[in-house]
Design a protein around this ligand. Structure first.
Ligand code: SF4
Ligand code: SF4
Length: 180
């Protein structure tokens, strides 16, 4: 079926009404408050329900592995061993954490690990409000338990890399691509 469009009026042909309509929108938006910010000089505060970088507490963790079982893509790696400790007259068997790693680069931040964690407060949680996870090397996004607990010591991104850093990064890329 052929669609018939209404013929343009002569006034629409000679007067640039569409252009004026566009300029009207531009003018209206010009005086509205800006929604963008000058990152990284300014930073936005995420909502309370925002899921960002993990935080882990070795002291709270009871090495039950429920978080690893709940993870739908199996990126939490936990190794434990049993130890016998003396508590007064009695001997008690406890689980000791040897390894607690998360391959964060594959994470989809679903928070199922946090939900599965039975400790109160949680031993693993994602509500740190940290979203600055960008890195030049994918391997930097594999965190062991020390890194998961103390990552907030890492320097914050404050601007573009200095000249030396740019050369180093470019060099790495060329080596990775086999050009050097
Ligand atoms: S938030 Fe990441 S680590 Fe936790 S369950 Fe989801 S995919 Fe797995
Ligand atoms: S983080 Fe929570 S769910 Fe995971 S092993 Fe520790 S106590 Fe268990």
């Amino acid at each position: 079926m052929q669609v018939e469009y209404a013929k343009a009026k002569w006034s629409e042909k000679f007067l640039v009404l569409d252009l004026l309509e566009g300029l009207k929108t531009t003018l209206r938006e010009l005086f509205k408050p800006k929604v963008t910010i000058r990152y990284p000089e300014e930073r936005m505060e995420p909502a309370d329900r925002f899921r960002g970088m993990f935080k882990f507490s070795y002291d709270r963790c009871i090495a039950c592995k429920l978080c690893a079982v709940a993870c739908p893509i199996d990126i939490i790696y936990i190794d434990v061993h049993d130890e016998i400790i003396q508590e007064g007259e009695k001997k008690k068997k406890v689980k000791v954490l040897d390894r607690y790693d998360i391959d964060v680069k594959r994470c989809m931040f679903c928070s199922l690990c946090e939900e599965a964690c039975p400790t109160k407060p949680k031993s693993i949680w994602l509500t740190t409000k940290t979203y600055e996870l960008a890195t030049y090397d994918r391997n930097d996004l594999y965190f062991n338990m020390q890194e998961l607990e103390y990552w907030d010591d890492r320097p914050k991104f404050t601007g573009l890399p200095e000249d030396d850093d740019v050369k180093r990064i470019k060099g790495q890329k060329q080596i990775a691509g086999g050009t050097e």
